[in-house]
Design a protein around this ligand. Sequence first.
Ligand SMILES: Nc1ncnc2c1ncn2[C@@H]1O[C@H](COP(=O)(O)OP(=O)(O)OP(=O)(O)O)[C@@H](O)[C@H]1O
Ligand SMILES: [Mg+2]
Length: 257
Amino acid sequence: MKGIEAREISRTFRVDGHALPVLCGVSVAAPPGGFVAVLGPSGSGKSTLLSIMAGLDRPDAGRVVVDGRDVTGRLGLAGYMPQRDLLLPWRRTLDNVALGPELSGMSRADARRLAASHFPRFGLAGFERAYPRTLSGGMRQRAALLRTFLSEREILLLDEPLGALDAMTRMDLQSWLLDVWEEMRKTIVLVTHDVDEAIYLADRIYLLSSRPARVSAVLDVDLRRPRPYDEIVTSTRFLSLKREILGLLGHRPVVTT
Ligand SMILES: Nc1ncnc2c1ncn2[C@@H]1O[C@H](COP(=O)(O)OP(=O)(O)OP(=O)(O)O)[C@@H](O)[C@H]1O
Ligand SMILES: [Mg+2]
């Protein structure tokens, strides 16, 4: 099993002739088999960091390291789910999901068989032949996630994989994501701006400041696993971690007596 590290990453974009510093010496490390969350406000640079870790963009300074090797700018080492689900509208759902293993070099027939075998577990049974536009938002995100999980990569980089879902669906998919992760055993870096989601899912949380992003805190989430949703999110430890993070983010939690 492989881990991934971003070491001292800095990135400045040029916008209309002006420098826009986005990342400033950001270091994030996901140990082999670990679940790390990167939590930060909108526009802080989370997607930029993840695309650098995926090898899609190059940092101005710093390195991406997998298994002790410098892999900065190298594509294809990790499975990457971009912030928008990017299902291909002209491909049926099964063929969209099969694209994950196909791009890793599997034959189309094998890829389709593999993809189909996971449809029930991902709550997509019966929708193999449906086109993405006929699926619900949650189903589209599950299909995109399954495609990423089947990319045969040990490391997954997930950019707000449960964003844009209503609270109920989101809670459901968070528990589901933990189940699938425990079953398939991958190293995960998940980007989110949802405090509860980061605490519920991760072993460790990297808190980013607003742009230009620096790591403002690293918190270890010492909640037991497996994590039954209702029990965990109402536990004293969960709430104290949440209070700590909200404090670091500059929010004052409402105190009820
Ligand atoms: N290719 C680019 N060229 C210029 N500016 C960019 C580019 N990509 C991102 N930016 C800028 O970098 C900043 C950070 O963007 P980024 O998408 O990384 O934020 P984010 O933390 O993922 O936000 P959100 O939570 O809204 O998804 C923004 O101000 C954005 O406009
Ligand atoms: Mg983003």
